[in-house]
Design a protein around this ligand. Structure first.
Ligand code: 5GP
Ligand code: ZN
Length: 115
């Protein structure tokens, strides 16, 4: 666990969250400030700062997380109309929590390009 990392604490259940999926490698929980009718965050349980910190050892973890997110999207009922998966990275990307996370957002029509 990384010191004072809010998502490490959520993964360890030291901070409560509304969990929609969990296994030994990852957890998916509702965003505390949803940007759409469906807005969950998928995080690896191990601390990784961002996609920039991924190593070859993380490749199977990333594939697993993508497949699980697609299943979660279906469970949450947004597979038919569609959804978006986003990972904001560093300042220009708008990253506010420095533990790798994927936003899964849906339930409304999205704009492109993002603001
Ligand atoms: P970022 O801005 O880094 O891309 O995304 C961080 C996300 O984490 C934001 O959407 C924010 O609402 C969410 N968030 C921050 N703190 C908490 C928390 O304590 N619990 C939950 N469930 N979500 C959080
Ligand atoms: Zn962390």
């Amino acid at each position: 666990m990384e010191n004072n990392c809010i998502f490490c604490k959520i993964a360890a259940k030291e901070i409560p969250s509304n969990v929609v999926y969990e296994d030994d490698k990852m957890i998916v929980f509702h965003d505390i400030s949803p940007a759409a009718p469906v807005h969950v965050l998928a995080i690896p349980k191990k601390h990784i700062d961002s996609v920039l910190a991924l190593t070859a050892e993380d490749e199977s973890l990333m594939g697993h997380m993508m497949r699980v997110m697609a299943n979660v999207a279906a469970d949450l009922g947004v597979d038919e109309k569609g959804f978006r998966i986003v990972t904001n990275t560093k300042e220009d990307g708008g990253q506010t929590v420095n533990h790798l996370h994927f936003h899964l957002i849906g339930g409304r029509s999205m704009q492109w390009p993002p603001g």
